[in-house]
Design a protein around this ligand. Structure first.
Ligand SMILES: Cc1cc2nc3c(=O)[nH]c(=O)nc-3n(C[C@H](O)[C@H](O)[C@H](O)COP(=O)(O)O)c2cc1C
Length: 507
């Protein structure tokens, strides 16, 4: 029915009762119409007024319909714009994330830590309402980037490094950005504030950062509660119910998803560290710190990562010496084996790029073999400052000042060292342990006992698919990113994976 027909029919319907009523005997009319009866049968002027009204109405009706149509048009247009905006804005491939959102956040939040917090908060809220950016179309489905890690077939070899989601606020939002590994934390046994602010700085011309957060953490109990609730929500949504047994069934693999990530083909790593106030020289107390964290959070992790490489906790890096490291890692491995879950979490140790002498690296490898840790994340931020960049990329005065800030440097300038370190660790670990350094004092080199190869993840300056390819070729299983995402926005993982796919296709 056309719009004009609609209003015409309406007019007819309104006009009809008057004439019908006028021809009926008043006594037969129902009581509810007495006034209408009087108007119709007795009053000519009233009839005139009625016909005037009808005329008036017939003039206004088309206008009303036009107004209605306009409203409908505006409404539909608005709905279409919102829908297209939603589809575009929530797609990690949208260039708006890199070229509008990142500069806007930097402009609005000159302090890099404020920008970090607001970024996490926004993602958290968007995720709650299903409005978060995500990878659409499952680009990993062709299997071109699939890789084996710890017996899992991962969808791709890209990860997000620790520190971006320090309190496990947004693991699912980060997983939806496309990586196969997300590392949350580091968490410490007791809550701690970290260093005084300001403590995070940008070096925009290098796409680099310096931070001295100092492992600010809400504590392992808090993180355990957050991760526990996440599993419970998942169990409920998957139809396992709300009780504790439901949680256990999910953790035991009955939902056919890894117990940490809760997403097929993806893994969740949870990083643990010591409290700043735990005395540097007391290795037993330090080991207890790490073990406490493992006992609280490892249940919800596919991988537990031991952080001994943050440059911002005094004395932490000294724990990378073979003796203390072996003790700490042995404690962690044993605690991870006791986790109440069918499959136990794997354990990795995250090491610094600055402990790079043969002697230091050999000591770390020795601790890895002796403790039975499953792998190494190479590396972390660096205490060193990168050399001058090629001409045309001079640091501004402010950046030169920033470069003098105490803290760990991160960004593309780390990459060269990272590739070399991954290659060297790969070689050292593939040679197996020196005799007598296997777990339980075994004498036979691991490489000859059929022990699984130690897994390497790479972290430091990766921003492109080509770089990811280089670290994978050097012997890493996963290429992790942090600062690249800060400067590239939420679409970075998708972009790097596409570049990596192009690299693989070239082969
Ligand atoms: C602001 C900031 C906070 C970080 N926090 C942690 C942390 O809590 N634990 C950790 O092991 N690494 C932390 N890192 C180091 C990163 O995980 C990563 O190893 C390092 O930045 C090098 O990689 P990138 O060049 O891709 O950023 C942090 C890095 C930055 C920039």
């Amino acid at each position: 029915m056309s719009a004009s027909m609609v209003w015409r029919t309406g007019l007819r319907a309104r006009a009809a009762p008057t004439s019908r009523l006028s021809s009926r005997p008043t006594s037969l009319l129902p009581k509810r119409f007495p006034a209408a009866v009087r108007y119709a049968s007795e009053s000519a002027p009233v009839q005139q007024a009625v016909s005037e009204t009808v005329k008036q109405t017939s003039k206004e009706a088309p206008k009303k319909v036009a107004r209605g149509s306009r409203k409908l048009l505006y409404g539909t247009s608005l709905a279409t714009i919102l829908f297209v905006g939603y589809i575009y804005g929530t797609d990690t491939r949208a260039s708006v994330h890199r070229y509008l959102v990142v500069p806007l956040i930097r402009q609005l939040y000159p302090d890099a830590e404020d920008a970090h917090h607001i970024g996490v908060d926004i993602l958290k809220v968007l995720y709650q309402y299903g409005l978060h950016p995500r990878e659409r179309g499952n680009p990993d489905k062709d299997g071109a980037l699939a890789t084996e890690v710890f017996g899992y077939t991962l969808a791709n070899p890209i990860g997000i490094s620790a520190g971006l989601d320090k309190h496990a606020d947004i693991p699912d939002a980060l997983l939806d950005l496309g990586p196969a590994v997300v590392e949350v934390g580091g968490t410490t046994p007791l809550p701690q504030d970290g260093n005084p602010k300001p403590r995070v700085f940008r070096i925009p011309s290098q796409h680099g950062m310096i931070n001295r957060y100092g492992l600010n953490s809400k504590g392992a109990d808090h993180m355990a509660a957050v991760l526990n609730q996440r599993v419970r929500d998942f169990a409920y949504a998957a139809g396992f119910g709300e009780h504790e047994l439901a949680e256990q069934r999910v953790l035991d693999g009955e939902a056919n998803v890894p117990p940490g990530s809760l997403v097929p083909g993806k893994l969740l790593a949870v990083q643990v560290a010591k409290n700043k106030l735990t005395p540097d020289g007391d290795i037993d107390a330090i080991t207890r710190d790490y073990v406490y964290c493992v006992e609280r959070v490892a249940r919800y992790a596919d991988i537990v990562v031991v952080n001994v490489s943050s440059p911002n906790t005094p004395g932490l890096r000294d724990l990378q010496a073979a003796g203390p490291l072996t003790k700490i890692l042995t404690g962690v491995v044993s605690a991870a084996k006791n986790v109440e879950r069918k499959t136990k979490p794997y354990v990795m140790v995250k090491v610094s790029p600055d402990e790079d002498s043969d002697e230091q690296m050999t000591g770390i490898c020795e601790a890895v073999w002796k403790s039975g840790v499953d792998g190494v994340i190479v590396g972390n931020t660096t205490n060193r400052r990168p050399g001058a960049l090629p001409e045309g990329y001079d640091l501004t005065e402010k950046e030169q000042q920033t470069m003098r800030e105490i803290g760990g440097y991160s960004g593309p300038q780390l990459f060269g060292r990272l590739v070399s370190l991954v290659g060297r660790y790969r070689k050292m670990l593939d040679q197996g342990p020196p005799s007598g350094t296997g777990p339980d004092g075994e004498d036979t080199p691991m490489s000859q006992t059929g022990q699984p190869r130690k897994v390497l993840f790479a972290s430091g300056g990766i921003t492109t698919g080509q770089q990811a390819r280089q670290v994978l070729d050097a012997g890493a299983s996963v290429a992790m990113m942090y600062t690249g995402i800060v400067y590239g926005g939420v679409g970075t993982v998708t972009r790097v994976k596409q570049e990596l796919r192009d690299e693989v296709a070239k082969k």
